[in-house]
Design a protein around this ligand. Sequence first.
Ligand SMILES: [Mg+2]
Length: 104
Amino acid sequence: MDSISFLMQEIKKFVKERNWEKYHTPKNLAISISIEANELLEHFQWNEVSCEEIRGNEEKFREISYEVADVFIYLLMFSYNLGIDVKKVIMEKLEMNRRKYPAQ
Ligand SMILES: [Mg+2]
């Protein structure tokens, strides 16, 4: 089992144990992806911080990491419910982008 499938199984188990499937409509999950992406963005409101600064600040690094996890969790749930093969579509998009933006 690859790491994406493993994560999907873990998330599915977490959701099922709480009987939360009924809340996970495509609209609710898409909204949740956006909310969590904006929580990530909030860390950069009114300030410019470098990767080095974030990595050097343990608390900031942890908070940002958890927002990344929130975004991924909702993206994976959304993808799973719609039957989107995440690995396949990422590879397809990379190929489309390779053609659109050829390497110099
Ligand atoms: Mg969050």
